[in-house]
Design a protein around this ligand. Structure first.
Ligand code: HEC
Ligand code: HEC
Length: 419
């Protein structure tokens, strides 16, 4: 059963049918060990203290303790006094879009991005904000905001290495504050499974890893956790169905998405390197992907094409037919996070992916045999308690819609009686 999520959402009755069919026929969702959005090997314990230390490293003068101040400091608005919690915001954006990401967290997102001094400059600073809502009506009016999360691509505030840019994260409450209560920085609950601290929560999808504090209690490396901006994968999105807001349809926003993906690529350009596993030269998966969606290097096409398959998943680099695994399981269930991982784990080639064959069986498929750990240990970041896909919605869709069947067909089913 081939299911293209975007197509299925476009025709929503069909989608309900497909999802129901998924639930009824064999594909029940295994009980998960409650380890979503938690790092594994690179896990470090995080709490209000580590988060406070992180903000002290990235914003030592406390210039960005409210959302309005963040928008002002990053040039989205001219004066913090002009900020209003509803109505227009982020006036000086270079690209803005609205969508629902139906493949990971399910929120309706208003995204705005800007570059300083400009997006055509070499090595610009980049600022991006996402406001999260439960409905398109709320998103349109900016009412009942759940939270706003922001990212910067800037150099260390201590002035060291001004040309070396890296990602910094912030999160603001629905009331536009960085603290959730006085002195306690906001820890978002993105999936109903509890609050989690910045930056580790963000690292689970945006790549990189949180750091331990130094012996003096400061956050190391100026808060550089080696994360990346994420591409806009339009096939994971649903769009505002209100006919009175045509400007938020996919077609009307295509050009803005292309701009946004070009900006993301600015921060993610990689060099071709020889890939030992696949025996070919290749770019980092995220770079190849963004260009591939728009017709390859130079991005000649105006319209996003989600059918793109990387060269490492096609003959001669890969066996005939494994592109099915890529298109029907990896692309919807793994890629949005793994494209930010180091090359060994970026799933840019079939051979590279299969190096982790045993780990895939253990982390993805063995959950069918039931969680085998002590519930007291859950969420401590150890491999043997984790489950992939590492996000709740993504995991549920993986098991409910037949992605898991395609996955085990190619990776190899496991036998629970062996365990
Ligand atoms: C929500 C984000 C996310 C999704 C979705 C996701 N992963 Fe991961 N995955 C991660 C992160 C983060 C790590 C590394 C954690 C660390 O190093 O602490 C990881 C690690 C792994 C590892 C461990 C490799 C090792 O070092 O042993 C495997 C295997 C893996 N993922 C497979 C998959 C597969 C297959 C899918 C899709 C079915 C998937 N993941 C989906 C975030 C994700
Ligand atoms: C479950 C995975 C997931 C987690 C966790 C996550 N993000 Fe994202 N983020 C995404 C995806 C996917 C996109 C691309 C846009 C979209 O799909 O809506 C994105 C995009 C963004 C953007 C827009 C710029 C860009 O990268 O394209 C910002 C800003 C952002 N995220 C901030 C954060 C912050 C801050 C955190 C931590 C509090 C966070 N995100 C945690 C998945 C995640």
């Amino acid at each position: 059963m081939k299911i293209n999520l975007a197509r299925c959402l476009a025709i929503s009755t069909m989608c309900v049918g497909l999802l129901l069919a998924g639930f009824i026929f064999s594909n029940t969702i295994p009980l998960d060990p409650d380890t979503f959005l938690t790092m594994l090997e690179r896990y470090v314990p995080e709490d209000a203290t580590t988060e406070t230390a992180y903000y002290a490293a990235v914003d030592p003068e406390n210039k960005k303790t409210t959302y309005a101040d963040w928008l002002f400091e990053t040039g989205f608005i001219d004066d913090p006094q002009d900020y209003e919690s509803t109505g227009p915001f982020a006036i000086h954006a270079d690209a803005s879009v609205t969508h629902q990401n139906v493949a990971d967290l399910g929120f309706i997102r208003r995204v705005s991005t800007r570059c300083e001094p400009s997006c055509d400059a070499t090595n610009p600073d980049i600022y991006s904000v996402i406001e999260n809502y439960l409905t398109f009506d709320d998103a349109a009016a900016r009412t009942n905001r759940l939270a706003s999360v922001t990212m910067e691509w800037t150099s260390a505030v201590d002035g060291s290495r001004p040309s070396k840019k890296f990602v910094v994260f912030y999160a603001y409450t629905g009331a536009d504050e960085r603290d959730q209560s006085p002195g306690i920085p906001f820890q978002p609950d993105l999936d109903g499974r509890g609050q989690k601290a910045i930056p580790g929560l963000c690292n689970t999808c945006h790549g990189g890893a949180p750091r331990d504090l130094g012996s003096d209690g400061t956050y190391q490396a100026n808060g550089n956790t080696r994360s990346l901006f994420l591409p806009m994968d339009l096939d994971n999105f649903a769009f505002d169905p209100d006919p009175n807001r045509q400007e938020l349809s996919r077609a009307a926003q295509e050009a803005e998405y292309k701009k946004m993906n070009e900006i993301v690529l600015t921060s993610r350009r990689s060099k071709e390197k020889f890939d030992e596993e696949a025996g070919m030269y290749r770019l980092a998966a995220g770079h190849e992907l963004i260009e591939g969606w728009y017709g390859g290097p130079g991005m000649p096409n105006d319209t996003f094409d989600g059918e793109f398959v990387p060269a490492g998943w096609l003959p001669p680099a890969a066996p005939v037919g494994v592109d099915e695994l890529y298109s029907e399981a990896i692309a919807p269930a793994c890629r949005s996070c793994h494209a930010q991982q180091k090359r060994e784990l970026d799933f840019g080639t079939y051979d590279g992916f299969m190096v982790f064959e045993d780990a895939h069986k253990e982390l993805v498929l063995s959950i069918e045999c039931g969680p085998d750990d002590d519930p007291k240990d859950r969420g401590d970041g150890n491999d043997n308690q984790a489950v992939m896909p590492l996000a709740k919605e993504t995991y549920e869709i993986f098991w409910a819609t037949g992605q898991a069947t395609v996955f085990s067909h190619h990776v190899g089913a496991i036998d629970c009686s062996d365990r």
